[in-house]
Ligand binder design. Structure first.
Ligand SMILES: Cc1ncc(COP(=O)(O)O)c(C=O)c1O
Length: 101
């Protein structure tokens, strides 16, 4: 599947390995700029994983204690953890039914 971009992937991996910048660094900065342009927004911020992305998104929306966040019941646990890290209450809902379980 990655055949058409194999060389591009290997070149990028080589740049990262050779630079020693495994966290942040110019490659992440370049990705953030490219992704922001792709999304037609002013800024994009790279994070370490999906859990951090969800948690930061909720914090940005000022979600916290006393709030309830509807979460699909067939999700991954990180989705629930992101909500509970804010102090809000996750409410599991079966997709398509709108009914809490
Ligand atoms: C629906 C969903 N939310 C959140 C995550 C969390 O992603 P990460 O494992 O990168 O923290 C996953 C990971 O598989 C996921 O499937």
């Amino acid at each position: 599947m990655h055949g058409p971009i194999r060389k591009e992937l290997l070149d990028a991996a080589t740049r990262v390995i050779d630079s020693g910048n495994y966290i942040l660094g110019p490659e992440v900065h370049s990705f953030e700029q490219d992704f922001a342009r792709f999304c037609q927004v002013d800024h994009a911020i790279g994070v370490g994983n999906g859990l951090d992305a969800l948690h930061l998104a909720l914090r940005t929306l000022d979600i916290g204690p006393g709030d309830e966040v509807i979460v699909p019941s067939n999700t991954y646990i990180a989705t629930l953890l992101a909500v509970s890290y804010t102090g809000a209450t996750p409410v599991l809902v079966e997709p398509g039914t709108r009914q809490p379980i």
